[in-house]
Ligand binder design. Structure first.
Ligand code: IZC
Ligand code: ZN
Length: 407
C-alpha cells in the first residue's frame, strides 16, 4: 500500500453508487477500530486495525473519526469583487430581490466579473479551492452566471476548466447564463432568453465547457415558461439540467423540475406540496442550502417532509458573494442538523453520497469503499455526533485527496 491510515476510532460512510432516499437517507455505516489502505490513489483496503497491511507511509488517526471527503454540489465559485457594500442595505431591511431589482446583487457581481481578467479570477477561485480543501471539501460543483454575455460566461467556464486541470480539487462545471437579466436586456428579457438559447447554449455545448445547465427560476428573474424554454433547449443540446427552484417565492419551479426530470432542484425553501410530489415522482434530488436561509433570514426548506416523501436530499454551501459568502460546508452541515433536524447520519449522507449523485460523481466519489477514489477526511472528533454537535470552528484534522495528504 502507498498509504495506510491506522487507529481510526469510527469510520462513517455510506455504501454503493446510488442515491439514498426516505429511510435510506440515514444509511451510514459506522465501524470501530478500523484501518484504510490506499494504492494508486484508490481505496484498496478497509478492515480491522489488527489485520491492516503495511504501508510505504502510515498515518496514525489518533482515535479520530474518518468520513469520505465532502462533496459540495452547489457553488458559484468564480466571481469578481464582493458585495460587502450591500450589507447595510440588507440590515435596513432591503430584501435580496429589492437589491437585485435596483441593479445590485447578482448584477453588481456581473459588473465586477466582466471587469476582472482571467488570471485574477483564476487566482481568486484557486484560493477558495485551497480553503475548501482545508475545510474537508474534496469535490465541488461550480456555476457560471456572472457574465451574462458570451465573453464573460466563457471566461468563467474556462477558469473552471483550467482549475480542474491544475488544482487538486475535482470540479464539475455548470453553465448558468440564465442567472439574471443583464442591463442590456432590461427592456427585452425575451430577447435575452433567445440569446441564451440560440447563441450561448450551442457555444458552451460545442466547446464542452459544462456538464449541466442551471437557471434562476424566481420572481423578477426567469419565470416558469422562460425556464422551461431554456432548460428544454439545453436538454436538446445534450446538457443535463438543474434549477434554482422556489427559493424565495413558490412560482412553480419545483413542479417544473419534476416535469423536465432535472437531475436536481436547488433551494426549495418555498416549495409547495404539489412541487414536492413532482420531485418525488420524478426522482429529482433536492439540493438544500441552509446557509443561504440563515444569511437571508429566510425559512428553512422542509427537509424532513422531503425525506418522508422519498425525495433524496443533498446539502451544499451555495458559496457565492451575495446570499452565502461562505465556502465552509461544515456550516451548512451544522445548520442542516439544527434547523432541518436531519440526524448526523442523514446529514452526512447529504454531503457525501447524495451530494456526489447530484453531480453524477458517485462512481468514484461519496463513499469510502474499495475501488473508489481516496478522498478522505480525518476529523478532530471522536465520533460522528461530535462533528455535528460542535459548530463554528474548522473540525478538520487531515485531508487526503486522491490518495495524497494535502493538509
Ligand atoms: O450572487 O446572489 N441565489 N443566485 C441565486 C445567487 C443566489 C448568487 C448571488
Ligand atoms: Zn445558487
Amino acid at each position: 500500500m502507498d498509504l495506510v491510515i491506522k487507529n481510526i476510532s469510527v469510520l462513517a460512510t455510506a455504501k454503493g453508487k446510488s442515491v439514498q432516499r426516505g429511510i435510506e437517507q440515514g444509511n451510514i455505516e459506522t465501524r470501530e477500530n478500523m484501518a484504510i489502505g490506499i494504492l494508486d490513489k484508490k481505496i484498496a483496503y478497509i478492515g480491522k486495525e489488527q489485520e491492516a497491511p503495511i504501508g510505504a507511509k502510515e498515518i496514525d488517526a489518533g482515535g479520530r473519526l474518518v468520513t469520505p471527503g465532502l462533496v459540495d454540489a452547489h457553488t458559484h465559485l468564480v466571481f469578481g469583487g464582493y458585495r460587502q457594500n450591500e450589507l447595510e442595505r440588507k440590515l435596513r431591511g432591503d430584501s435580496y430581490l429589492d437589491i437585485l431589482r435596483s441593479g445590485g446583487g447578482i448584477l453588481s457581481t456581473v459588473n465586477s466579473t466582466r471587469a476582472a481578467g482571467f488570471e485574477e479570477l483564476q487566482t481568486k477561485a484557486e484560493s477558495f479551492l485551497d480553503k475548501m480543501l482545508a475545510h474537508g471539501t474534496t469535490t465541488v460543483e461550480a456555476k457560471s452566471g456572472y457574465g451574462l454575455d458570451m465573453e464573460t460566461e466563457i471566461k468563467q467556464l474556462q477558469v473552471v476548466k483550467a482549475l480542474n486541470e491544475s488544482h487538486k480539487m475535482d470540479i464539475v462545471s455548470t453553465f448558468m447564463g440564465a442567472h439574471a437579466i443583464p442591463n442590456e436586456y432590461k427592456d427585452n428579457p425575451e430577447g435575452f432568453v433567445d440569446f441564451i438559447i440560440n447563441e450561448m447554449i450551442p457555444h458552451v455545448a460545442k466547446e464542452k465547457l459544462a456538464k449541466y445547465c442551471d437557471i434562476f427560476c424566481e420572481t423578477a428573474v426567469f419565470d416558469v415558461s422562460q425556464s422551461r424554454r431554456i432548460l428544454t433547449a439545453a436538454k436538446e443540446q445534450g446538457f443535463k439540467v438543474k434549477i434554482h427552484a422556489d427559493e424565495i417565492d413558490p412560482i412553480g419551479g419545483a413542479s417544473l423540475a419534476g416535469e423536465l426530470q432535472c437531475i436536481s432542484a436547488e433551494h426549495l425553501i418555498a416549495a409547495p406540496d404539489e412541487g414536492l410530489d413532482e420531485l418525488a415522482k420524478n426522482g429529482v434530488i433536492a439540493v438544500l442550502l441552509p446557509a443561504t436561509s440563515h444569511y437571508l433570514n429566510k425559512d428553512y426548506a422542509r427537509a424532513k417532509e422531503m425525506i418522508k416523501r422519498g425525495i433524496p436530499i443533498a446539502v451544499a454551501s451555495d458559496f457565492n458573494p451575495g446570499s452565502s459568502p461562505n465556502f465552509n460546508l461544515q456550516v451548512a452541515m451544522s445548520l442542516s442538523c439544527l434547523k432541518y433536524k436531519l440526524t448526523p447520519k442523514e446529514a452526512l449522507m447529504a454531503v457525501t453520497l447524495n451530494g456526489a449523485c447530484a453531480i453524477e460523481m458517485q462512481e468514484t466519489k461519496g463513499t469510502i469503499e474499495i475501488g473508489k477514489d481516496a478522498d478522505i477526511v480525518i476529523w478532530d472528533c471522536p465520533d460522528l455526533n461530535f462533528l455535528f454537535y460542535r459548530f463554528g470552528n474548522n473540525q478538520v484534522h487531515t485531508v487526503i485527496k486522491n490518495g495524497r495528504i494535502v493538509l
